[in-house]
Design a protein around this ligand. Structure first.
Ligand code: CA
Length: 530
């Protein structure tokens, strides 16, 4: 096993070419997934379910005369356990009635997976491809010397839907490159209103209690700004128009960031509702990424009174306000909504951190780092009260959004590998089942773990050297002779490995990991020179 896994790790990144149209056989008997071509992630075939979903969508279009709107709410760093329906909410001093209601009146997914940090997840959602393939494994920052713009040649879901007649918008956080050619309005979004970076990158210039060595030192501040780090709320259009709406030069202004984003979305929804195009909107919150300062109206709004919890209450209220606006406009029944978070809680910033019942945190591929809330809501189209533990990777939003928008993934170019799976039928049918068999958890450019059914096999594990410091004081180590294998149904916290002594599938899981690694030989990842 050791040799097999080492061979896999060496294999990742090496590039002998082979015929790309070959249809690979399933890697093991454990897999229900089947490949339809050589360049897309194999999925569990459910032909009847897919036909029924296509019929349901066609009936919607016949009834309304148009394609559905698509609205993604991407919350930053919220833990799986933060919303009330996932076991948090009022129990941890921050009630989330609006998120809970969408879950209760829609489909609540309990096994939704993100990447281990912000940038990789957003890149994966928008491209449908693993960050290790695109090179978008971390934000491209001002001052970074990159050989290649990772977005060059990539197709974004926003661009594909825009070409298909959608108005595509990003309101809020981007964090997938801030140089020209990498901004949202350069890579497919028709319209951008938001921030290039994460909240902490704005607060660190204005929060003297936490960053006195920068904020109170004029020389360092000047040097820091010399890197080119912006501190702007930006408005951008596909035609190149790029304007600064507001300079974030105080904690008070950052505190109101999500209020400004909500107001913009609500205003634009009013204008778009009367228009002739459906919209694709990614409303991506700045909160609840550290450093959290709740907006003035939400200070002390949570039972806990902690800034993080107040910020959870704030985000929940903004979601409620935007959904209410859609309903007022008569667009709620025309809009597919998905609520999620881009990674697990960042425990390093505790108590400015979310909650997860699982092991690990943001920055790791333990369940605590990558398992996130996932709620699909569509009034009249998704049966209220549904629950599923079927696997869903946030990359599936790429394929699913394309299908909802009438863009066939069969027409995508075959010169690259796609990791997302079309989950339209899983989400829309009353008894829909997931088509995903595997979730791969990457740490930067290294394959660290895989979830398959209820099993999770680790090749590399993050070990915090101090409680909570999963990013700032952790080590990443390879596992030994066998992968660390957990059965998440009997051990959701990944504490008691079942290993080869208690599990018949160790060799099969190894073969599945190896097959995944082989896709990187066939389609070599980009080298950005980072
Ligand atoms: Ca994040």
């Amino acid at each position: 096993m050791r040799i097999l896994l080492s061979a896999l790790l060496v294999a990742v990144g090496i590039s002998p070419a082979s015929a790309q149209g070959d249809i690979p056989a399933p890697a093991s008997k454990l897999s229900r997934a089947e490949a339809v071509n050589g360049y897309m992630q194999p999925a569990i075939p459910r032909p009847e379910q897919e036909a029924a979903a296509a019929q349901k969508l066609a009936a919607f279009e016949e009834r309304t005369g148009r394609k559905p709107n698509i609205l993604l709410f991407i919350i930053d760093d919220m833990g799986w356990g933060d919303p009330g329906v996932y076991g948090g909410g009022g129990m941890i001093g921050a009630a989330t009635p609006e998120i809970d209601r969408l879950a209760q009146e829609g489909l609540m997914l309990t096994s939704t997976y993100a990447q281990y940090t912000c940038t990789p997840t957003r890149a994966a959602v928008y491209t449908g491809r693993l960050p290790a393939r695109t090179g978008l494994i971390r934000p491209i920052l001002a001052g970074d010397d990159v050989k290649t713009n990772p977005w060059e040649g990539e197709l974004s879901v926003a661009g594909l839907l825009s070409d298909a007649g959608y108005h595509t918008m990003l309101v809020g956080k981007w964090h997938v490159g801030e140089g020209e050619g990498m901004r949202p309005h350069d890579v497919g979004f028709d319209e951008f209103y938001g921030f290039y970076r994460a909240q902490k990158e704005y607060t660190q210039e204005v929060y003297p209690q936490r960053y006195p060595d920068l904020v109170l030192d004029e020389d360092k501040l000047e040097r820091y700004r010399g890197i080119g780090a912006d501190r702007d709320l930006v408005y951008g259009l596909k035609d190149g128009t790029t304007e600064v709406v507001e300079v974030i030069d105080s904690m008070e202004k950052m505190a109101e960031g999500d209020v400004m984003l909500r107001e913009y979305t609500i205003e634009r929804l009013g204008e778009l509702a009367g228009g002739d195009k459906p919209f694709f909107l990614s409303h991506s919150f700045m909160k609840v990424h550290a450093d959290n300062f709740p907006a003035e109206a939400f200070v002390g709004a949570s039972a806990s009174k902690y800034p993080f919890r107040d910020s959870v209450v704030e985000v929940d209220a903004h979601i409620g306000a935007i959904v209410a606006r859609l309903e007022e406009l008569g667009e709620l029944e025309n809009t597919f909504i998905f609520v999620t978070s881009d990674n697990g809680p960042q425990m390093d910033s505790w108590p400015d951190s979310g909650y997860t019942p699982f092991r690990g945190a943001k920055g790791t591929t333990w369940e605590g780092g990558v398992r996130v809330p996932g709620i699909a809501y569509w009034k009249g189209m998704i049966e209220p009260g549904r629950r599923s533990d079927g696997l869903f990777d946030l990359m599936d939003l790429f394929n699913t959004s394309l299908t909802l928008g009438g863009v066939s993934t069969d027409a995508l170019p075959d010169d690259r590998y796609y990791d997302g799976i079309d989950q339209t039928s899983f989400l829309l049918l009353d008894d829909g089942k997931s088509r995903r068999e595997h979730v791969y958890n990457w740490l930067g450019d290294q394959l660290a773990a895989m979830r398959m059914r209820e099993y999770k096999a680790h090749l590399l594990v993050s070990l915090a050297q101090e409680k909570f410091l999963w990013i700032d004081m952790a080590t990443v180590v390879p596992t030994g002779l066998a992968p660390w294998l957990f059965n998440l149904y009997v051990d959701p916290k990944e504490e008691y490995p079942v290993g080869h002594r208690m599990n018949a599938w160790t060799a099969s899981l190894g073969a599945e990991l190896k097959a995944h690694g082989a896709t990187f030989r066939k389609f070599p990842p980009k080298d950005l020179g980072l």
